[in-house]
Design a protein around this ligand. Structure first.
Ligand code: 9WN
Length: 442
């Protein structure tokens, strides 16, 4: 393989002097900082993204705990009254044509008025995975003195609680206790083959009705197709035209990673409540109930992976990396954790490089360069490292973490990478790649 790292090393080196990974990652995060938050990429994504900010804060806490706290506070200031945290918070000084869909597509302050969209800031109307409470807790731990002095947890706690309430109540579209996503962008792995079947039912918006901006900065063969975009636009426009109200929708899927992150964040919120002097027991208990629902509704014992559940079509028989992410759930039954570790090393995900592909290596739709249809991403690597460590798989965790760090550094912090060769794909100078490599190398 072309990956420049030593597979025998168990842990990447800590911060060194000038020219170290620490310095290079810090440079990326400084360049992408806009004063109150960090853009994922100056070229492709010039606004604030929800789950990006959570991952970015996890890395930023090692450079500036104050910036890390501010990153999350800025995002939460754009929360809607119904509790949703929008997936994009738009920067008003960025030209409208720099990113599609822009604020004039989402029209949050008018179309979302009935469900409480903010009036002063423009946002999208969909959400992204709930990594925020986990991030807030990790940011607090980096500098508890500063956090207490600023009342950081006291500020974010009610907002995070409202966010989880929104997901657990308004988004339980399947009635089985799990949160559903109503758009592929909400789950964060936009063009995963897991969405192919539910998306096939969606009539795409005509290509001439919108203008993509991503192809100005990214290679077409690394990005979703025009047909994908037509369907993304149709689903988002329908949701907007329904006033962003959460009823049954044409696309409604229960996703294992989204719900596993909700569970991890419920536990984090319990810790936050305890730190603030309240009891965390009810939240821990809710996390356990969610874990039971996750296993009951999404675990596939034959394939030994969690599957997505299409509310209109049942379990989706595709193996995506999302199905491995429940390793981050603390109360996952031991035999399921062991099965996930087997799947991770087996023929569907084992590349021989310790980079974990976003999709089944043996799947018909596998493509090592196209976005979420095969490439390895730093955020899923970070989550798997954490999950492996949690379940006592220290060596595997070290190897997966080292592969993330070394690939990040060797590619100039690329957005994603070929899982076999480590070759850079997408944008470089990508914020969560820098932030999470930094976190893993501590
Ligand atoms: C749509 C910002 C975001 C990530 C997503 C990733 C990509 C956006 C896009 O970029 O999605 O939200 O325009 O392709 O898929 O996970 O949060 O980095």
């Amino acid at each position: 393989s072309g990956i420049a790292y030593d597979p025998t090393s168990t842990r990447a080196p800590g911060p060194a002097g000038p020219g170290s990974l620490h310095v290079r990652a810090a440079r990326v995060l400084a360049a992408n900082w806009t004063g109150g938050s960090t853009v994922p990429s100056r070229s492709l994504y010039p606004h604030q993204w929800s789950w990006d900010s959570a991952f970015i804060a996890i890395g930023l806490r090692h450079l500036s705990p104050l910036r890390a706290q501010t990153e999350l506070e800025t995002l939460l200031a754009a929360q809607w009254a119904d509790g949703r945290i929008p997936h994009i918070v738009f920067n008003p000084s960025v030209p409208l044509d720099a990113y599609f869909p822009s604020p004039d597509f989402w029209r949050s302050s008018t179309a979302g008025r009935a469900v409480g969209a903010p009036r002063t800031v423009q946002t999208s109307g969909i959400v992204q995975p709930p990594v925020h409470a986990l991030a807030a807790w990790l940011v607090h731990l980096a500098d508890p003195g500063l956090s207490r002095a600023r009342g950081f947890l006291a500020t974010v706690h009610p907002r995070l609680a409202a966010w989880h309430r929104y997901l657990l109540h308004r988004r339980d579209l399947g009635g089985g206790g799990l949160a559903s996503v109503v758009h592929p962008w909400e789950q964060g792995m936009d063009n995963s083959p897991c969405w192919d079947a539910p998306l096939a039912r969606v009539a795409p918006a005509p290509a001439r009705s919108f203008q993509r901006a991503d192809l100005d900065h990214g290679a077409a063969e690394d990005r979703p197709t025009d047909l994908d975009y037509g369907r993304y636009v149709r689903l988002a426009a329908d949701y907007r035209d329904a006033g962003y109200a959460d009823r049954q929708r044409e696309f409604a899927v229960e996703d294992p990673a989204f719900n596993a992150l909700l569970i991890a964040s419920e536990h984090a919120l319990a810790n936050i409540a305890q730190e603030l002097g309240a009891a965390g027991t009810a939240r821990h208990a809710r996390a356990e109930r969610l874990t039971a629902a996750l296993v009951e509704r999404l675990w596939d014992p034959e394939r030994e992976i969690f599957l997505c559940r299409d509310l209109h079509g049942g379990p989706i028989p595709e193996r995506g990396v999302s199905g491995l992410i429940p390793l981050i759930v603390p109360e996952l039954p031991g035999e399921i954790a062991a099965a996930l570790v087997r799947t991770l090393s087996g023929p569907h995900f084992g590349t021989g490089t310790d980079l974990v592909p976003s999709y089944d290596l043996l799947g018909a739709a596998f493509d090592p360069h196209r976005y979420w249809r095969g490439p390895a991403w730093a955020n899923t690597g970070w989550l798997l490292e954490r999950g492996l460590r949690l379940h006592g798989e220290r060596e595997r965790a070290d190897a997966v973490g080292a592969a993330v760090v070394e690939t990040a550094d060797a590619t100039g912090f690329a957005e994603y990478a070929d899982p076999y060769t480590g070759e850079a794909c997408g944008a470089t100078g990508f914020s969560w790649t820098a932030a999470l490599a930094l976190d893993l190398s501590r």
